[in-house]
Design a protein around this ligand. Structure first.
Ligand code: NAP
Length: 249
């Protein structure tokens, strides 16, 4: 087991499935996960330019051990694969709408005793109510101002709104590149990520959190590239795309 199939970034905006990619050396505090099938769930950086060789879409994935969660005993691998980045991101923010992250955020906010005001398209209103949303509207910020946390940069012109963008990568506690910027490792975020993983792990097991709807797509690792294109084209609504590594051609 010294080489594997993996998706490798070839250059800016271009990735490809390669067949003889070295399995990277393992740093301390990490576990080597054979991604078919595994009893853990979590997330790793998809392609951190500052740590080439460590990647998400491969047969063998290096992940920080203390950020991983046990897969609930009743849950399939495909469902477990959808939970990692969403639960981590919701730990950083309470996000809104029918995104894969938002459906987990609504459930966690309700478990925390909060009143949830959210936004989504008409087709997803019923789904949002079923998850526990109290009010669904076009815009969810009070006329008195408030805090706005987003997962992508959103310019905000209101002075009474404290706007903030979060990055789940911060929780991995390692340096990474974001566009032209380099982001330093943040030990406080890593500490939070480890505590959060331990705290949130029981919720799927106790069925207090259900995964976002998902569809298993064909093509294994090679299919991931087609899925990214579907996402770019905005063709995926209220669903996660899952690819089985053992279906790689
Ligand atoms: N910063 C971070 O750490 C972080 C972490 C996770 C994800 N992300 C990013 O956050 C975004 C959401 O990710 P996700 O996986 O949670 O989402 P997702 O499941 O891919 O989101 C799909 C939903 O977004 C809504 N949507 C799509 N286009 C829209 C538009 N133009 N205006 C309003 N709503 C629109 C649609 O809701 P309706 O069907 O109801 O219209 C759609 O169902 C992605 O760009 C992702 O890369 C960032």
């Amino acid at each position: 087991m010294s080489t594997q199939h993996a998706i490798v970034v070839q250059g800016r905006g271009h990735a490809a499935l390669k067949v003889r990619v070295p399995v990277p050396a393992m740093p301390e505090d990490s576990v080597l996960i054979r991604s078919l099938p595994t009893l853990t769930m979590g997330f790793v950086h998809g392609c951190n330019a500052m740590h080439p060789g460590v990647r998400a879409f491969a047969e063998y994935v290096i992940a920080r051990g203390d950020l991983q969660m046990r897969l609930p005993d009743f849950m399939g691998f495909e469902a477990g694969a959808t939970l990692g980045v969403g639960l981590a991101t919701v730990g950083q923010n309470l996000y809104h709408n029918a995104t894969a992250t938002g459906t987990l955020a609504i459930q966690l906010a309700k478990l925390s005793g909060l009143r949830v005001i959210t936004t989504c398209s008409g087709t997803n209103r019923r789904f949002m109510h079923e998850l526990g949303a109290d009010l669904i509207c076009g815009a969810a910020i009070s006329s008195d101002g408030g805090k706005y946390s987003s997962l992508l940069y959103v310019p905000c012109t209101r002075r009474d709104v404290d706007a903030h963008v979060s990055m789940a990568y911060d929780l991995l506690g390692e340096r990474y590149r974001l566009g032209a910027s380099e982001v330093a490792e943040d030990p406080a975020s890593l500490k939070f990520g480890i505590e959060w993983a331990a705290r949130v792990e029981p919720l799927p097991q106790d069925r207090r959190i259900i995964p976002h709807p998902f569809q298993v797509k064909p093509g294994g690792l090679g299919g991931v590239l087609d899925g990214l294109q579907l996402l770019r084209e905005g063709q995926v609504r209220a669903s996660k795309l899952v690819y089985r590594v053992d279906a790689t051609e």
